[in-house]
Design a protein around this ligand. Structure first.
Ligand SMILES: [Zn+2]
Length: 220
């Protein structure tokens, strides 16, 4: 006897087991159902978010809310790297409306410290960025890493966040010099981590850095 029939998928957001026709995206029995997806608020790529000192502008597919927060959190700790493809599929529509992304030289992902990478087994942002690189037809480059294991930004007061992200990134000059770079992360929450990473990329000679994220806490 089969425990579940192949025509159903579990929604990673609301845990419901539903027929495949009720899923917005799915892969290997896991998906995001249409009802949960209706709570995601897509942004429009022709209105980028304001950048920072080192980032020209920020592109983010969705507005950050409780539903997307829960879904991303589950992805990080689900232990299934294939879920990155679900998130890539969620972003596809937005990405295809932003042809400017194809003009960049490389895409990289916000690095995890090796200790955190070891515990989690994968860098969730990197897996999505690799999917994006194939779609955009630009190379993915592991050109920046974390030299310090920082505290989780959301646990800190605003005044402590800048200090927490200072001098934590080291970029490879040979890989970034003269390059126009897309820096990918799953969520843009405070901008300070993205800015700090972009600053290091620029310091090593990057010509331009923009950020691309799945979700953004700021409203347009
Ligand atoms: Zn659902």
């Amino acid at each position: 006897m089969k425990l579940f029939d192949n025509n159903t998928t579990v929604c990673m957001c609301c845990d419901a087991r539903l027929s495949n026709s009720l899923m917005h995206v799915k892969i290997d029995g896991i998906g995001i159902c249409k009802r949960c997806f209706s709570k995601f608020h897509p942004n429009t790529p022709n209105m980028p978010f304001e950048g920072t000192e080192s980032i020209n502008y920020i592109l983010s597919s969705f507005r950050y809310n409780d539903t997307i927060k829960k879904t991303i959190h589950r992805y990080k700790f689900y232990g299934n790297r294939k879920i990155s493809e679900l998130f890539f599929n969620l972003m596809k529509d937005y990405i295809s409306k932003a042809p400017i992304l194809k003009s960049f030289d490389i895409i990289t992902a916000m690095p995890l410290h090796k200790k955190r990478l070891f515990n989690r087994g994968y860098n969730q942002a990197e897996l999505i960025a690799i999917n994006l690189s194939e779609f955009l037809d630009i190379p993915f480059s592991s050109c920046v890493y974390r030299s310090k294991n920082t505290l989780v930004q959301s646990t800190l007061k605003a005044s402590e966040r800048h200090k927490n992200t200072k001098n934590v990134f080291v970029a490879d000059k040979e890989k970034v010099s003269g390059k126009r770079i897309i820096l990918f992360d799953d969520v843009c929450t405070t901008r300070s981590t993205l800015d700090s990473c972009a600053k290091e990329l620029k310091h090593r000679g990057a010509k331009e850095v923009i950020a691309l994220t799945l979700a953004n806490v700021y409203n347009l």
